[in-house]
Design a protein around this ligand. Sequence first.
Ligand code: PLP
Length: 222
Amino acid sequence: MTTTSHPALDAIRARIHAAEAAASRAPGSTTLIAVSKHQPPDRVQAVLAAGHTCFGENYVQEAQGKWPAWREGFPGLDLHMIGPLQTNKLNAALRLFDAIHTLDRPSLATKLANAVQRGAACPQLFVQVNTGLEAQKAGISPADLDGFLRDCRGMDLPVFGLMCIPPEGADPVPHFRTLRAMAEAAGLAGLSMGMSSDFESAIAEGATHIRVGSAIFGARDY
Ligand SMILES: *Cc1c(COP(=O)(O)O)cnc(C)c1O
């Protein structure tokens, strides 16, 4: 397929490769999730036209309104749910997304396991960890993680990795390190961490998936 160039995307790709090299990591070992929530359709289509196939969305309803149609032209599309997932939207999410980064509570794990037992394809799963112990933030607290992962295994729910959103304004690096240590201890390969402002430090700390929105698309349209 011919692709059109996208300077902002190219610049992010170059920074990812440089960060991988600086950390002695293999080139291409970081998956770039282009976070397209609240972006005008023409900006998303420009990134699709540049040959990028991995996108992240925060809201099931918003994603339902655009991706089923776009998916037709891009069979290799890889769509990641990175926002809070209400259990009443779970079935719609399972039809739409290839990965869910926000497995953040036991009730969602139970519903997910039931859906998979009934025959739904299981998306790639990341458990969101509330590394900052923030009351207003979703996620499993670090102290509860082992028990939660054990419960997931008990329900035959395969967890691929961990995800975190460090507290706003805080140095993210200690949170990235904590998440990595928890993933290693649990034998999990995936680490979803790093956004526009800090993805290079996340790559240095071992991120396998970075979630970058505004640095690719520009400021969001609310
Ligand atoms: C919106 C969002 C992002 C992308 O944020 P940018 O700062 O625009 O890169 C990443 N992760 C999550 C969970 C988000 O909600």
